[in-house]
Design a protein around this ligand. Sequence first.
Ligand code: CTP
Ligand code: C5P
Length: 398
Amino acid sequence: MIKNGHHANEEAGSTEPGGSACSPAKRKRVVRVWCDGCYDMVHYGHSNQLRQAKAMADHLIVGVHTDEEIAKHKGPPVFTEEERYKIVRSIKWVDEIVEAVPYVTTLATLDEYNCDFCVHGDDITLTAEGKDSYEEVKREGRYRECKRTQGVSTTDLVGRMLLMTKTHHSNLDNPDYQQHTDNFGKSPKGNSPWTGVSQFLQTSQKIIQFASGKEPQPGDTIIYVAGAFDLFHIGHVDFLEMVYKQAERPYIIVGLHFDQEVNRYKGKNYPIMNIHERTLSVLACRYVSEVVIGAPYAVGKDLLDHFKVDLVCHGKTEVFPDKDGSDPYAEPKKREIFRTIDSGNNLTTDDIVQRIIANRLQYEARNQKKEAREVALIDTLKRKEQQDKNEAATHAAQ
Ligand code: CTP
Ligand code: C5P
């Protein structure tokens, strides 16, 4: 059914089922793809994996592991399974999710959900016993790879929170930002290329891939919301879902504040994710149509008129005053287009950071263990490659 072999090709789907080489009958067939994972502290790296998987097929099903299963193979997750199911559902490329799937991906699972193949990033996922969890599906040619997103991982984000650094902020005259350090500030030498961290570089291509590309249509209700949307979490998802329900045909524009602005009103080392990272996280949400990258703090006349905003919403969280002490929503309130939305969820970015700090030692141990296993695997693969080369050379000499 599916050609054997796999490759780390971002848009590999374009040459596979549905491509010009297929018969018209095959072209009509719906191709179903499977992805699975922990999807803990979901970030734009996860979203980008799901985007690439969806580009290879018509229907994307995502299997998410339980807390118990993750604890057994990797260490305890930061988010509960209910939270992780909800955030994966909110990602716009996901058609369906399956709860509580096993850590090891089997042919039986792919067949049960009628999936042609599964897609995973080009890193290796190991079980508690150190075995590749995709061994069976790889052997049977039902495995494809997409590119793992460089420069982001849960490990890195946890490191930023624990170290309280600001070096990740997008700040032109910050020399530290150029340095290539890992999550605990060490040189990356000897680290795993997967869990070991490098810096994320935003490109116009990535924004195009994540953006909806849709202009507002006549009859759409243009709704504007603003904020930090840092460590994009289910509180944000619940809020945006409620905002989406405010109109029959909503067109939601999210105004993201620059890092320095967020730091002014939130303090400490906030935001944990810089403006480039927050842009992708928000664009991956199914309710969002457009993002303003670096929105003015005060929602003023120019902005409202430029986007022809019909409604401005804010959740029940605190509204911090502008630098001069004024209310940033004064103008929409004057125009009577301001609405407070109850997301029914009181999770905050601060809560997530507190959860992680409370479990600091456990997370450090988990991260170190994961990376050590990856480094050990790379060493084994390198040794095997050298051994094969030596054997080939011996053969040639005989
Ligand atoms: N993934 C990715 N890019 C990243 C992080 C994850 O493409 N920067 C992909 C993984 O390759 C996998 C999927 O997202 O196919 C789900 O990953 P998950 O099981 O949640 O765990 P990790 O790969 O360990 O992600 P992290 O290190 O961020 O915890
Ligand atoms: O705090 P932040 O700027 O990220 O919030 C963005 C928007 O999401 C705000 O309108 C905030 O009130 C809303 N929100 C919410 N419920 C939460 C978290 C955020 O309504 N639990």
